[in-house]
Design a protein around this ligand. Structure first.
Ligand SMILES: [Zn+2]
Length: 352
């Protein structure tokens, strides 16, 4: 069955202010949390269903789903990884204020993002290159597949009237800080980095966006003092999340691969750029199933189409009308640091 993520409607966000919610902030382990019922009320999700494992709040095609004790969180059936797990408090399942402000809000109401620049240019970043092969796979190195996807995406984006800048257009090494410099020279631009994964039994697609200040990277073992330092890219927290959501939704819907979720990290290329950015992982080179897919031109064309859809949906999402209601104000102190779906029909590797 086709995955029920609704790509277009993910940004079906023009939420009417029927009644302003009274925010009831509770403290769990020194951190601000809000109940799912409170959040559902704010976004006018009238149908709230609770089981002993989760809370699902719905209205039409819009939905939020939190799972007790888990960082997995679903918005319109697309998986996000919360910075802090959903926790019980006085019988209510609660989500951290950080996740409400930095994740749920820009996804539910991207049109409220202030001063999001228009998108005229897309910087496409093919991971690795030259002596840096990236992840090895049975059918070729990550660097070659990433570049191929980027060249395909370039053609599609230019066909849609966008200017495209590449951090590399052939098989040569480009240091990470040079990629950042290329991105930061562009105005009215967004940055999309293309990679493939490696490791363990992993399978499926995921996207990374910059962790907000104070939030641990999901790639680190735990909180670090550096989590409290504001990175260049943090000025774009809201746009980053909206772009990453558009990208991750497009990736999941178009490829029909397993949804590993939208995650937070501080990779150099998304940390130091001043334009909205996202890093995509288009499958696992180490997986037998994924690596076969990655090796097919059809799958790589699908990834390129996902990039085009991501750009188009992001532009629509941040271009809409603003709303008025406000999120709960933060406490004075900074936040403490605190199975594959059915594959699309595809040719075997090397058949075209
Ligand atoms: Zn990579």
């Amino acid at each position: 069955m086709r995955r029920q993520v609704c790509l277009i409607l993910l940004f079906f966000h023009w939420v009417l202010p029927v009644h302003a919610a009274d925010w009831k902030v509770v403290q769990i382990a020194g951190r601000d949390y809000l109940s799912m019922r409170n959040i559902a009320q704010f976004y006018n999700l009238e149908d709230v269903r609770e089981t002993d494992k989760e809370v699902m709040a719905k209205s039409g095609v819009r939905s939020l789903r939190a799972i007790k004790g888990s960082a997995e969180f679903f918005i319109n059936n697309l998986k996000f990884i919360l910075s802090y797990p959903a926790e019980q408090h006085d019988g209510d399942l609660c989500v951290s204020r950080m996740d409400l402000v930095k994740l749920i809000e820009p996804v539910m109401r991207p049109s409220r993002i202030k001063n999001a620049p228009p998108v005229e240019t897309v910087v496409l970043d093919a991971g690795h290159g030259g002596h840096d092969n990236g992840a090895a796979g049975a059918y070729g190195p990550e660097k070659a597949f990433a570049l191929d996807v980027v060249m395909r995406a370039k053609a599609l984006l230019q066909g849609a009237g966008l200017k495209v800048v590449l951090t590399r257009d052939s098989d040569y090494f480009v240091p990470l800080d040079e990629r950042v410099r290329i991105a930061n020279r562009q105005k009215n631009a967004i940055f999309i980095s293309m990679h493939f994964n490696h490791g363990g039994e992993g399978t499926g697609v995921e996207a990374y966006t910059l962790a907000p200040r104070g939030v641990p990277s999901m790639m680190a073992d735990g909180p670090r003092v550096s989590d409290l330092v504001e990175c260049a890219g943090n000025v774009r927290d809201a746009e980053n999340m909206a772009l990453a959501t558009a990208s991750h939704a497009a990736l999941v819907v178009k490829t029909r691969m397993y949804d590993r979720g939208l995650k937070r990290a501080r990779f150099v290329v998304i940390r130091d750029i001043k334009i909205p950015g996202v890093l995509l992982e288009g499958g696992f080179q180490s997986s037998r199933f994924d690596s076969k897919m990655i090796a097919t031109p059809l799958y790589r064309q699908t990834l390129a189409q996902a990039i085009l859809a991501a750009v188009e949906n992001y532009r629509k999402a941040v271009g809409s009308q603003p709303a008025n209601r406000t999120l709960p104000q933060r406490n004075p102190d900074p936040e403490p640091a605190g199975r594959p779906s059915k594959p699309a029909p595809i040719d075997p590797p090397g058949s075209s």
